[in-house]
Write a protein of this length. Structure first.
Length: 150
């Protein structure tokens, strides 16, 4: 993972607005938009937490071989898979938002009923199974249903 200070969105916008040459901005390191690879990020999390991938995959309720493909970088996660991994890593809301950003997926948005349930579960330390039960209770699509490449 990149250890340099990450720019806030506002700081990045200010730099963009001040730069008269888009090409120079896009090619320069001043853009601050460098995002680590998803597999690199989740593997760094494993190391930091001294935890085997298998345990995170099990807690995330992701199929084993698919989970290992995510960690090896052979597969990219859908938004739902990234959320499931957030549960697998036992992340809170803010950490899950960062994981979604690195996966290049849309953030959880509390005005969307399904996202609201997921946010509540993450914030309260619930597991993926409890989240699935809550989604089902409110008639909302379960994590992993539908398009895997969303």
């Amino acid at each position: 993972m990149d250890e340099r200070k990450e720019l806030s969105t506002q700081e990045l916008l200010q730099l963009l607005f001040m730069e008269p040459n888009l090409e120079r901005f896009m090619s320069g390191s001043s853009s601050g938009a460098a995002v680590p690879s998803f597999s690199g990020y989740i593997n760094a999390l494993l190391s930091k937490r001294d935890e085997p991938a298998e345990r995170v995959i099990n807690r995330a309720d992701i199929e084993r071989s698919f989970g290992h493909q995510l960690f090896s970088g052979r597969r990219k996660p859908s938004r739902d898979t990234a959320i499931q991994l957030a549960f697998g890593f036992e992340m809170g809301y803010e950490e899950a938002q960062e994981l979604l950003r690195i996966a290049r997926k849309s953030a959880l948005y509390p005005k969307v009923k399904r996202d609201m349930v997921i946010i509540y579960c993450l914030h309260n330390g619930l597991g993926v199974v409890e989240c699935q039960m809550a989604l089902q209770k409110y008639g909302l699509p379960l994590l992993g249903e539908g398009n895997r490449n969303e």
